[in-house]
Design a protein around this ligand. Structure first.
Ligand code: DPP
Ligand code: ZN
Length: 873
């Protein structure tokens, strides 16, 4: 397969400066006429061919400046159109192609979702609409004329401003849209359909009124109100926090039901997976509300970080994604609880990105090669990308970071740029050198940070020995030392912070150690008693931390750390150590179990902690975290048993406290999605899960009655998940009820699919097979497939990795089938195998044999073949 390398980047010899598109949309075909204004670059030699990208287009005519081209003057095939000897001056290329959106199941380019015509062009979908320089460094202005049957498509939308509309005869009508901001083709969008909408407006800081609208299937308008509210808050926040105003007079969002991604930031016309728009208390959970708020914000923030300033090439994807995730994380932190958001993001990073970074699919946040760019919309590019920006902000401080961002917007507005340019503005604005910092973008793998400490009472000195190491990853055998910002504090025996009179041996700024070397020994003077160190406060660097702290030290931190993340992490560390011992055949220490149990009871009773924090603190580390801590030869079924046993041992003794808390946390108030009410429900549902998990008497009946009596989806779905994943006696009835109660709602059907896939009993695989084999299962819809299969491979490790390999083979068979329709979804499901080399030998062999058989079967898409090849390399 053809590999594309960053080092081969070269500007195109031609540029397209203006695009005039004419879409004639009919029920079964769409005709696209494109007028592209093209210029050679100053240095382009005469006779240099113009090579335009195309993917599966049916060409009917091609002309230059109005004159049809002779057959010998161009060559068209399935991958594009070459004009052999274009004029060496500005000219207009005119092409006409015919598309069949109905049969476009890849959902890239122009396709139909429940009757609505819509587009997805990032990263390389525009070439499925017309021949083009489909690369992000070609910026052009777009004018779009759309003509469509009025009955099928009363709504006609594209990027920018509506500049004309009217009747076109024969039941057809038209609309003309113009986007004044030059943009790359991946931000192009068009929607035509019979849609309802809600409208609102936002007045920017400088007093411009922006018309806002969210379009959706008729009858679902009232489910868009939360998304609209989130949009307005996002617009206000970006002005306040980053000084960024919206720039067009219109901002439209459209919700569609078939969508490969979560959402897409097309200029002025965001297109969303409907699950990230629709919310009402009866059908959406608190997590859904928060996700909608986050993704609405994310796509909106792209208007500056992504659209106004875009990427030079796709290797720079994290330039817009890492930065925009950082921005949406900050938004959520400001709107809700910063500490809770940080902990949740750490959980996500560890469960999604760390396994990628430690397995066969590891790649740098800025990769230097790819075969299929769609496979790089990964947790590494997004979540690790955001961590890198966060470290930059930590190192530079809030004001220094803002200075850099201001300079970035000032200097690069209207450009397609690089990570180097991004780092350069921060270096310049702050007078610092970021050369070593850049390694974070270039180097794959999660560093291991090791700390051991010692105290000398005679000289009253305290020493921290720190060292970092990053293991080899595919294609990167040697690793450099990284810049690690390590926020920290020393805590004295009475639980209060300790200062020092002098420090030597490393770079220490107030509450932060900056480790730049492979190792350092930092000595603090004037320390009257042995402190307990709290390291990596706020998880200030995305590393695995190993320390010589005892379980007692960790329990001490869980009680006294002033950093909420630190307290949460300390509890996680105690529990992880216990689980790892038990899973690797060492009996756990009863004293430590009792200590953890008491710490959990204290946390639950603590009046100074908020509910959302408690809900997180009372959660034991996930099976994947325990597995990764063990690191090799893991047996996920054993880990599953151990984690259940630990839940019983720790929370069994707290049954009474939990039951009282459960009752006290009940509320009869109507549902509100705000942070406080969300926290309350989260804690109550955590408590319920612990009661069921520790097999407290009557607990599953309590969950069943919560299910039956719930007045909102959060409580109903929590009870369903608790019963369904434990597969208690009540589970089949409750799942059947859920299925019939919400038959008409596909997004709730997804929840049923997820719970069905998470069941921990042996029967789960057969049930999944039956669900998928049902004749009416929507096998082309990404949300349905991901809910059932994505949840199974990512979140049910014990059953997915059955030692007999039946689940592995089931998944590879299904991937081969999905791949014939939607390669992106197929490749994504296949990434569930990324942990296979960490498994114990029997499971590992079973996984290898399933993967090898899939490869031997041949005929895979480039997406799936690429994942498979890397997985087996
Ligand atoms: N660019 C999109 C996003 O992350 C992904 N298609 O927002
Ligand atoms: Zn994004």
């Amino acid at each position: 397969e053809h590999t594309i390398y960053l080092k081969d980047y070269a500007p195109s010899p031609y540029k397209i400066t203006a695009v005039d598109l004419d879409f004639r949309i009919l029920a079964d075909t769409t005709r696209v006429r494109a007028l592209l204004t093209i210029e050679p670059q100053a240095e382009t030699a005469p006779g240099t061919p113009l090579v335009l990208d195309g993917d599966g287009l049916k060409l009917s005519s091609v002309a230059i400046d109005g004159a049809p081209l002779a057959l010998v003057a161009y060559a068209a095939d399935d991958n594009g159109l070459t004009i052999i000897e274009p004029p060496l001056r500005r000219f207009v290329l005119e092409t006409e192609v015919t598309l069949k959106p109905e049969g476009n199941l890849k959902l890239m380019g122009l396709y139909r979702s429940s009757g609505t015509w819509c587009t997805q062009c990032e990263p390389e979908g525009f070439r499925r609409i017309t021949y083009y320089l489909d690369r992000p460094d070609n910026l052009a202005t777009f004018k779009v004329t759309m003509t469509a049957p009025r009955d099928l498509a009363p709504v006609l939308l594209a990027n920018g401003n509506l500049v004309g509309q009217g009747d076109a005869g024969d039941g057809m009508h038209f609309a003309v849209w113009e986007d004044p901001f030059p943009k790359p083709a991946y931000l192009f969008a068009l929607v035509a359909g019979d849609l309802g909408s809600i409208t609102d407006s936002f007045t920017t800081a400088s007093g411009r009124k922006v018309d806002l609208a969210i379009y959706c299937e008729h009858g679902k308008e009232d489910q868009c109100l939360w998304a609209m509210d989130s949009l307005k808050r996002s617009m206000a926040w970006d002005e306040k926090r980053f000084g960024r105003e919206y720039d067009l007079d219109i901002f439209n969002i459209v919700a569609v039901s078939d969508f490969n991604f979560g959402a897409m930031e097309n200029k002025g016309l965001n297109i969303f997976n409907d699950k990230l728009v629709f919310a009402q208390p009866a059908t959406a959970t608190d997590a859904d509300y928060e996700n909608i708020e986050r993704v609405i914000a994310h796509e909106y923030f792209h208007n500056w970080t992504g659209n106004r300033i875009t990427c030079r090439d796709w290797f720079q994807l994290c330039l817009k994604e890492g930065l925009t995730v950082y921005r949406d994380q900050e938004f959520t932190s400001d709107e809700r609880s910063r500490a809770v958001k940080r902990i949740s993001d750490v959980v996500t990073l560890r469960s999604a990105q760390f396994p990628e970074d430690g397995g066969p699919l590891a790649h740098p946040a800025r990769p230097d090669q790819y075969r299929e760019i769609n496979n790089f919309y990964t947790p590494t590019v997004y979540e690790k990308g955001a961590e890198i920006v966060r470290m930059l902000a930590t190192l530079l401080g809030e004001a220094g970071f803002r200075k850099g961002m201001d300079l970035y917007f000032e200097r690069h507005d209207g450009e397609a740029t690089t990570i180097e340019a991004f780092l350069a503005v921060f270096a310049e604005a702050n007078g610092v050198d970021l050369e070593q910092f850049k390694t974070w973008y270039l180097q794959a793998g999660t560093p291991r940070l090791t700390m051991s400490d010692s105290y000398d009472a005679v000289s009253q000195t305290y020493t921290l020995k720190l060292s970092q190491e990053t293991l080899p990853t595919p294609g990167q055998l040697t690793k450099q030392a990284l810049v690690l910002p390590i926020k920290f504090g020393l805590i004295g025996p009475n639980g209060s912070p300790m200062g020092w009179s002098a420090v030597s041996g490393g770079e220490v700024r107030d509450d932060m150690i900056v480790l730049r070397e492979a190792s350092a020994e930092i000595t603090f003077k004037g320390i009257a008693n042995k402190p307990v160190p709290s390291l990596l406060r706020e998880f200030s660097a995305p590393v695995n931390l190993d320390t010589n702290l005892t379980q007692d030290d960790r329990l001490f931190l869980a009680q006294h750390d002033s950093d909420p993340y630190g307290r949460w992490q300390a509890l996680q560390d105690v529990a992880t150590a216990l689980a790892v011992d038990a899973a690797t055949g060492k009996p756990w220490s009863d004293a430590a179990v009792a200590g953890l149990s008491r710490a959990m009871a204290d946390t639950l009773a603590n009046k100074d902690l908020d509910d959302a924090f408690k809900a997180l603190a009372l959660g034991l580390p996930g099976e994947a975290v325990i597995g990764r801590t063990i690191g090799k030869d893991i047996d996920p079924a054993r880990i599953h048993e151990v984690r259940n046993a630990l839940t019983k041992a720790v929370f069994g003794p707290l049954g009474r406290d939990l039951l009282i808390a459960y009752t006290n946390l009940s509320s009869t108030l109507p549902y509100q999605p705000d942070a406080a009410s969300t926290g309350r429900r989260a804690l109550r549902n955590r408590v319920l899960a612990l009661l069921v998990g520790s097999e407290a008497a009557g607990a599953s009946a309590l969950a069943a009655s919560q299910y039956a009596e719930a007045t909102n989806m959060t409580d109903r779905y929590a009870a369903l998940t608790i019963l369904g994943s434990a597969w208690t006696a009540e589970a089949p009835t409750v799942l059947a009820d859920f299925r019939t109660r919400f038959t008409a709602n596909p997004l709730v059907f997804d929840k049923w699919l997820m719970v069905s896939a998470l069941a921990q009993d042996e029967g789960v695989l057969e049930r999944i097979k039956a669900i998928l084999a049902a004749p009416d299962f929507p096998k082309s819809n990404p949300n349905r497939l991901r809910s059932l299969l994505g949840s199974f491979v990512m979140s049910n490790p014990a059953q997915f990795t059955r030692p007999d390999g039946t689940a592995f083979r089931f998944i590879t068979d299904v991937v081969a089938d999905i791949d014939t329709r939607n390669p992106q979804v197929a490749a994504r499901v296949l990434t569930g195998f990324r942990i296979w080399q960490m498994l114990e030998p029997q499971r590992r062999e079973a996984a290898r044999s399933a993967l090898t058989a899939l490869q031997a079967g041949g005929k895979l898409s480039r997406n799936t073949a690429d994942i498979l090849a890397r997985m087996l390399a």
